[in-house]
Design a protein around this ligand. Structure first.
Ligand code: ADP
Ligand code: MG
Length: 557
């Protein structure tokens, strides 16, 4: 991950470090609290279906600017509508993916299902979208942020700092000016090892200038339970540490209810009292809490609705269509299908799993996502959406177009044409500015910075069109304790960066949207040195936002 000595640091929620005894005690308690409140996962290294480890978490919430958070929340229904319209634009999906499906077999298989469904007509016109728009604060907009100029001026004054690359722990403390005394600033900076060797620690207005969308997920958007669960753990920790008054700055998070209610609304629309909601799951669900809590919420809140869990392989074995093209598992009719698997090639080990996907797609069940929603969530479609004037095709209101346009960072096609080839050259010239992404979900697939040229050179011109290029976002740092199963106790203070996900639910058909709402959020935080931060993948940690204002009253500084 690209961060250097100039990367600003968001001020923390409480003063760190904690005294060793206090830290040990609260961390041990928090680990147990996490397991006992379902902030847990199955171990990959010592797997047992009968036991859970706590999921990695950040001990106290990471700061996030209130205004930016509220902007993201307010924008979500517009993003929902955008994605709904994109999913229903056959021409746009088809032309956008035309080059990609020539070389990307997985996307081509999805597209073939789409093509067949289009040819026969949609049995179910209603789709259930449960989206998650992921975003990061950007700290590197020179035109917007006075901070960088300021730091550069200071750096220029210091040969010691300017000449040699600073150690990773040397950063500037930004957002630390308003209201506070200089002593406090220095306290935090020193406590966190952040005073650089010429003592530049302040005088900047903001640690970020805006946020940028990392990606939008239309399939298996996780953390509906773990998002709210993170808030529960961190609220407990703050109370234990005597900071109950800080809890008011942690926004409410009803993601689990919002998402499950979306499934139930779809079930209501389907209108068959005996029908069930089907979760499509992987062969082994490590992230089990983030699925079972959905199931248990539905069972407890709506006891008349049954939930089944099946793998694609099982659906292939047991599933068939009835006379009205209803999906039947044995004699049980399925109203709603919620895919928590099916987004990566490994989920389709044989043609049987693809046949199962097609069977479900042609059925009367309401899918989350339906195949066109799945395709609308591909990276290639996201790249196409970020091109000038494309949004106008999907959004009428000029203000909304402007607001959505601002969240895109540079996204570039690598198709085999003049523009794509110019982008390829640009990536070779300045790879450190970019991330290279294939049409995959689930983390661990991207190529970053200096690794890009080699990766690109290994591809043929045509193969490149399976990938897109994206500007690297530079989020500000936060500092805190990351707690992981099996890691040293007490934890050390580390530099971290966060990624916020906003959930949205949208239900409707090509002509009408019947439900559209924002449905809570999640925050994932990773070490600032890690490229990717998947929690299930073992790199990220559960977190939740602690909202700070630019006047700085609610934070410690
Ligand atoms: P996936 O579908 O595999 O989740 P993402 O596009 O979300 O793919 O990328 C995975 C991770 O890589 C993100 O969660 C984020 O940590 C990092 N990442 C992706 N795009 C960028 C970017 N433009 N700038 C910085 N980090 C990024
Ligand atoms: Mg992602």
């Amino acid at each position: 991950m690209s961060n250097d000595e100039n990367t600003p640091v968001l001020r923390g929620c409480i003063k760190l470090p904690l005294a060793n005894d206090e830290l040990l005690e609260v961390t041990s308690k928090a680990k147990d609290y996490a397991i006992m409140h379902g902030a847990a996962m199955r171990s990959k290294t010592a797997f047992s279906p009968d036991s859970l480890n706590f999921a990695p978490f950040v001990l106290v919430p990471s700061s996030f600017p209130r205004k930016e958070f509220e902007k993201a929340i307010a924008l979500q229904p517009i993003i929902n509508r955008l994605m709904h319209n994109v999913a229903h634009d056959e021409e746009f999906i088809t032309t956008t993916l035309a080059e990609t499906i020539k070389v990307d077999e997985f996307t081509a298989n999805l597209f073939n299902i789409y093509r067949k469904v289009l040819a026969h007509g949609f049995t179910q016109r209603i789709s259930l979208g449960m989206l998650r728009s992921d975003l990061m604060l950007e700290s590197c907009c020179p035109e917007l942020s006075p901070m960088l100029h300021h730091v550069e001026n200071n750096m220029a004054a210091s040969t010691a700092t300017a000449a040699a690359p600073a150690p990773a722990t040397t950063t500037t403390v930004a957002a630390a000016t308003a209201g506070g005394g200089g002593d406090d600033d220095d306290d935090v900076a020193e406590a966190n090892g952040k005073v650089d060797n010429v003592g530049i620690v302040r005088a900047t207005k903001s640690a970020y200038c805006c946020w940028k969308q990392v990606e939008i997920n239309t399939i298996a958007s996780g953390f509906g339970h773990l998002g709210p669960a993170s808030k529960t753990i961190q609220s407990f920790v703050l109370r234990e540490l005597g900071h109950a008054e800080k809890l008011k700055h942690m926004p409410k998070n009803d993601a689990l209810a919002g998402l499950c209610d979306g499934m139930v609304k779809a079930w209501d629309i389907y209108g068959k009292p005996e029908s069930v909601i089907l979760f499509i799951i992987e062969d082994i669900s490590y992230n089990i809490c983030d699925q079972r809590f959905h199931e248990f919420y539905i069972r407890e809140t709506y006891p008349h609705i049954k939930v089944l869990r099946r793998t694609l392989t099982e659906v292939h074995r047991e599933g068939k269509l009835g006379q009205r093209k209803e999906l039947l598992l044995g004699t049980t009719e399925v109203a709603v299908i919620y895919f928590r698997a099916g987004y990566e090639p490994a989920h389709y080990p044989t043609q049987g799993e693809w046949d199962a996907r097609y069977l479900m797609e042609t059925s009367l069940a309401i899918k989350c996502p339906s195949i066109h929603y799945h395709l609308a969530g591909t990276k290639k479609v996201q790249q196409a959406l970020a091109q000038p004037a494309v949004l106008e095709r999907f959004i009428n209101d000029p203000e909304e177009i402007k607001a959505v346009g601002k969240i895109f960072t540079g996204l570039y096609s690598l198709d085999d044409n003049d523009a794509g080839n110019a982008n390829y050259e640009m990536a070779l010239r300045t790879p450190e500015k970019f991330v290279l992404k294939p049409q995959r979900e689930g983390g661990g697939n991207n190529v970053y910075g200096v690794d890009i040229p080699d990766a690109l050179k290994r591809m043929t011109r045509v193969e490149r069109s399976a990938w897109i290029l994206m500007d690297l976002i530079h989020p500000p740092l936060s500092q805190g304790y990351m707690v992981r199963p099996g890691s040293e106790m007490p934890p050390q203070i580390v530099d971290m960066v966060s990624e916020l996900g906003i959930f949205g639910v949208v239900i409707g058909d090509a002509d009408t949207i019947v439900h559209n709402y924002q449905a809570g959020h999640m925050l994932r935080t990773k070490l600032s040195t890690a490229n990717e931060g998947g929690v299930a993948a073992g790199l990220g940690a559960l977190d939740s936002p602690y909202l700070i204002d630019s006047d700085g009253e609610e934070g410690y500084y």
